[in-house]
Write a protein that binds this ligand. Structure first.
Ligand code: F1P
Length: 340
């Protein structure tokens, strides 16, 4: 078997996995809408590792679209410090996300949430027979996200897309906001291939920074995690303008700063990347319209965010192979973290 065979297949098959996820959303629409009718003072998304970063991205998107306060938190925080995070009054919607559906911290958080009667629990996972998929008031299962690799790629983007689907339903929209997304995914995977391969194989690069603001910050965190897990490289995520407030000191000719550009704040964000180039650092910009890698999707910003993911995953994958590693099996990491 080739190094990275599973991960490669999981990365390039994402668009069809997204199409399958959209079908699940369509079929569950009325159940999803009725969960929201109960009314919440606070929505909390939770998960561990990749799915924690997903929680950050999904919470930002949900609040942007619905106006209801939403936060993303690691499951361990909610499990160990519930009083720091649950409001004293009002009803909470907890949305627990897990590829495996069996990560201990996530399960313990959900159990304690139910026992504490804080509100409703919605779960999203990829395996119907795992414990998480039986715990919620509503359980959404996205089998197309299932994976053989340890590091999440297809699972992350598919579960994230499902969360974006919740946000679209709960803001009164339908799945048609995602029309053309799988096709746009195929296009960006094809268009980004040679650029990310060349950067991934460039041994003069020794540090990577991923910048994303608003609903893109959690995605920048996830891409940075891919770089660590798959390629054992120094990598950090930041909100875009935050990069100037200290991290910019680290810029050298061996730095690659990747900008997940927005539409509304494009000028502010590209100025940060210009500063990096002035200091001799390298940059790569991704977004709709003028960017090194242009999605050219025609989709609304809130519903095309998932397109940043394959580009970052492919960069990490190329770097991993170039370093002689196996992207399918990151060092010291298991597919699921189970505590005794
Ligand atoms: C999340 C997790 C991550 C880890 C790796 C494997 O599990 O364990 O913490 O970084 O990507 O997955 P899950 O609860 O989403 O299955």
């Amino acid at each position: 078997m080739e190094r990275g065979e599973f991960t490669y297949h999981e990365i390039i098959s994402q668009p069809s996995s997204w199409a399958a996820a959209l079908e699940v959303l369509k079929s569950q629409r009325s159940a999803i809408v009725s969960v929201w009718r109960k009314g919440y003072t606070q929505v909390l998304f939770t998960g561990c590792g990749s799915t924690y970063y997903l929680a950050l991205a999904a919470a930002a998107l949900l609040q942007e679209l619905t106006g209801i306060p939403a936060r993303g938190l690691p499951a361990s925080e909610l499990w160990l410090y519930p009083h720091v995070y649950y409001p004293r009054n009002g009803r909470v919607l907890l949305i627990a996300v897990s590829r495996s559906g069996e990560t201990t911290e996530t399960l313990r958080t959900c159990q304690a949430f139910k026992e504490g009667r804080y509100g409703e629990l919605l779960t999203l996972s990829c395996y119907p027979d795992m414990p998480l998929a039986k715990m919620g008031d509503l359980n959404l299962v996205l089998p197309s996200g299932q994976e053989q690799s340890v590091a999440q790629t297809r699972a992350f983007s598919t579960l994230y897309l499902a969360c974006a689907g919740l946000a679209s339903f709960w803001s009164g929209l339908g799945v048609e906001v995602f029309n053309g997304l799988p096709e746009a995914g195929e296009k960006i995977i094809e268009a980004a291939n040679s650029t990310v391969k060349a950067l991934g194989e460039d041994s003069s690069l020794d540090r990577f920074y991923f910048l994303g603001s608003g609903p893109r910050y959690g995605l920048a965190c996830e891409i940075s995690l891919k770089m660590k897990e798959m390629s054992l490289s120094h990598s950090e995520p930041f909100h875009v303008p935050e990069f100037r407030h200290g991290p910019i000191s680290m810029v050298t000719p061996g730095s690659l700063v990747v900008g997940l550009l927005s539409e509304a704040n494009r000028a502010v964000e590209t100025a940060v990347l210009e500063d990096v180039r002035t200091l001799g650092g390298r940059t790569l910009t991704i977004g709709e319209g003028s960017a090194d890698l242009n999605f050219n999707s025609g989709l609304q910003e809130a519903f095309r965010n998932v397109l940043y993911l394959p580009v970052g995953q492919m960069l990490a994958f190329a770097r991993s192979l170039a370093k002689g590693l196996n992207p399918d099996c990151p060092n010291n990491l298991d597919t699921v973290v189970k505590l005794k």
